[in-house]
Ligand binder design. Structure first.
Ligand code: NAD
Length: 485
C-alpha cells in the first residue's frame, strides 16, 4: 500500500516536515517492516490549523447527510482493502489472525456504519415547548452540535479498533480530527489515512493523521487552544498528564485508561469451565487489552480445581505465531514491553508467588517478543502483581470466601474498567455484576463488546465513554435556544 511513510494533513498525504522517518517492526520476527513519517511539532501545528479551518469555515459540522455519506464511503473503501489491512495488522501489531476478523479489524470497520447511521437518525433538536419563566412567553429548544476540533491520541494494542472508535463517532458528530497514533503501530493509522485521502470525499482538514516517534507531539494536542476536545486512550499515567495539560485551556477531556479487571467464579459455577474461559481471556492478544480480566477470583474450597483448569488451558494455548489461524496468544508488541512483563514476573517471585504455568519468555521462539502464558498463585490482592496493569499474558489466581468477599476483592483496585462473573444462578451473578464498580461486566460469558455499547471505566480507568450513543455524545455540545412567542 502506498502512503505508509506519509502523514495526512489538510487532505494530502505528505512526508514529515524535514523528511524524517522511523522504523516499524514485526513483533513476531523482529524484522523491520518499513518506515513511517516522523512527524514534528510543525506537522501537528499545521494539522491543527487545517482541522480548525475545516470546522470553522465549511458546512461539515452541520451537514449530517454528507457526513454519513463520507463515513459509508470510508467503510466501503476499508472493506475493499480488508485483505491488505489484515496482513498489515498481523505483521505490525502481532495480532493473532483470528482477532482480525473481530476487534482487531473487521468489527471496527463495521462500526463505522453504525456511526454513519447515527449521524442521520440522532435527535439533534428537542422541542421543550413554551413557558413564561420571567414574564416573557418563550418557546425553548435544545440543540446538539459538534464540539469542534478533536485531538485523538491512541495506543498500539488494538490500533484499528481504537482509531476508528474515535474517528467514526467524532466525524459523525460533525467534529474535525487530528489523530496522533502510537509510535509502535504507525502503519495501521497511515493505511486508514491513505484510504480516506484517496477513496472518500472527506474534505481537506476534516481528518488529519500525524505519526511520529516523539510522544511529546501528542502533548501539543492537550495544550493547543485551537483543540476543543482531547480523546485519549492509553495508560493511566499518560492520561493524568493529558488531563493536567488540558486544564490550562479548559478542554473537554475524554480518557480511556488502564485496567486490572476481575474474573469472578462463584461456588455454584462450573469452576473448571469458567477458569478455562478466564485463561483464554487472559491470553488473548498476549494479554494486551485494557479490558482483559487479569485477576481470577476462585472460591477457596475449589481453588485447586480452578487453577488446574486454567493451567491446562494456558498450556494448550501457548505463545504462537500470529499468522496461524488457531493462535490466540501471539507476541507482545516490543522488546521494551517484553522486558517490562519479565520485570513483573520477577516481582511475582519476589512477592512470594509461584507459577502454576509459564513465568518466562517463551523458549519455543528464537525470534520475536513472546512470553509464555502465565498463571501466578500464592499472592493476595495486596501484591503489586495483583494491583498493577502488566499488559502481558499473566493471570493472578486469588481465593475468595463467598460472593461478598469476591466483590470486595474485585473492588479493591485502583481501576474499574471491566469484569466477569460466573454462577449457576443468574440472579446471584447479576447481584455481583451490579456491585462491582466497573464500566462493563460480563455475566456467564455474555459479550458486551459492540459499536452500540458504551465502553469506559470507573476510577483510574477513565472518564467518559467510547462507542454507543454515550460515546457519540462525548463529541457534542449542548445549546439551549429560546424564541419569544
Ligand atoms: P501510553 O499511555 O504510553 O501511550 C498512549 C498514547 O499517548 C501514544 O500515542 C503516546 O505517543 C501518547 N503520549 C505519550 N505521552 C503523551 C503525553 N504526555 N501527552 C499526550 N500524548 C502522549 O500507552 P500505550 O503503552 O501506548 O498503551 C497501553 C496502555 O493503553 C495500557 O495502559 C492500556 O490499558 C491502555 N489502553 C486503554 C484502553 C481503554 O479503552 N481503556 C484501550 C487500550 C489501551
Amino acid at each position: 500500500m502506498e502512503g505508509l511513510d506519509r502523514n495526512l494533513i489538510d487532505g494530502k498525504m505528505v512526508p514529515a516536515a524535514g523528511g524524517g522517518t522511523f522504523e516499524t517492526l514485526n513483533p513476531a520476527t523482529e524484522e523491520v517492516l518499513g518506515v513511517a513519517a516522523d512527524g514534528t511539532a510543525e506537522d501537528v501545528d499545521v494539522a491543527i490549523g487545517a482541522a480548525r479551518t475545516a470546522f470553522d469555515t465549511t458546512t461539515w459540522s452541520r451537514d449530517h447527510a454528507f457526513r454519513a455519506r463520507c463515513l459509508r464511503q470510508l467503510h466501503d473503501a476499508l472493506v475493499s482493502h480488508a485483505d491488505e489491512l489484515r496482513e498489515l495488522t498481523i505483521a505490525e501489531v502481532g495480532a493473532p489472525r483470528f482477532l482480525t476478523s473481530i476487534a482487531q479489524l473487521d468489527s471496527p470497520i463495521e462500526d463505522l456504519l453504525w456511526a454513519a447511521d447515527l449521524a442521520e437518525r440522532y435527535e439533534w433538536r428537542t422541542d421543550l415547548g413554551e413557558a413564561t419563566p420571567v414574564g416573557i412567553r418563550s418557546r425553548r429548544w435544545v440543540e446538539k452540535e459538534a464540539a469542534g476540533v478533536v485531538g485523538a491520541i491512541t495506543p498500539w494494542n488494538f490500533p484499528h479498533q481504537i482509531n476508528l472508535a474515535k474517528l467514526g463517532p467524532a466525524l459523525a458528530a460533525g467534529c474535525t480530527v487530528v489523530l496522533k497514533p502510537a509510535p509502535d503501530t504507525p502503519w495501521a493509522a497511515a493505511a486508514v489515512a491513505q484510504i480516506a485521502a484517496t477513496e472518500t470525499d472527506l474534505p481537506p482538514g476534516v481528518l488529519n493523521v500525524v505519526n511520529s516517534s516523539d510522544h511529546a507531539i501528542g502533548a501539543m494536542l492537550s495544550s493547543d487552544p485551537r483543540v476543543d476536545v482531547v480523546s485519549f486512550t492509553g495508560s493511566t499515567a499518560t492520561g493524568k498528564k493529558v488531563m493536567a495539560a488540558s486544564a490550562e485551556t479548559l478542554k473537554r477531556v475524554f480518557l480511556e485508561l488502564g485496567g486490572k479487571s476481575a474474573f469472578i467464579v462463584l461456588d455454584d459455577a462450573d469452576v473448571a469451565g469458567a477458569s478455562g474461559m478466564a485463561a483464554f481471556a487472559a491470553c488473548t492478544h498476549a494479554g494486551q487489552g485494557c479490558a482483559i480480566t487479569t485477576r481470577l477470583l476462585l472460591p477457596r474450597a475449589r481453588f485447586d480445581e480452578g487453577v488446574a483448569a486454567a493451567t491446562s488451558a494456558m498450556e494448550a494455548l501457548g505463545a504462537k505465531d500470529p499468522q496461524d489461524p488457531g493462535t490466540i496468544c501471539g507476541p507482545v508488541i516490543s522488546a521494551r514491553q517484553r522486558d517490562r512483563i519479565e520485570g513483573y514476573l520477577r516481582l511475582a517471585s519476589e512477592e512470594g508467588g509461584t507459577f502454576a504455568t509459564g513465568g518466562s519468555r517463551s523458549a519455543t521462539h528464537d525470534r520475536g517478543f513472546f512470553i509464555d502464558p502465565t498463571l501466578v498463585v500464592g499472592l493476595d490482592n495486596s501484591s503489586r502483581v495483583a494491583r498493577e496493569e502488566i499488559f502481558g499474558p499473566v493471570l493472578v489466581a486469588i481465593p475468595h470466601d463467598g460472593d461478598d468477599d469476591a466483590v470486595r476483592i474485585a473492588n479493591d483496585s485502583p481501576y474499574g474498567l471491566s469484569g466477569a462473573v460466573h454462577s449457576g444462578d443468574s440472579e446471584r451473578a447479576w447481584a455481583v455484576a451490579r456491585t462491582v464498580r466497573t464500566g462493563t461486566m460480563s455475566v456467564n460469558g455474555g459479550v458486551w463488546y459492540s459499536g452500540d455499547v458504551p465502553f469506559g471505566g470507573y476510577k483510574a480507568s477513565g472518564i467518559g465513554r467510547e462507542m454507543g450513543v454515550q460515546g457519540f455524545e462525548e463529541y457534542l455540545e449542548t445549546k439551549a435556544i429560546a424564541e419569544a412567542v
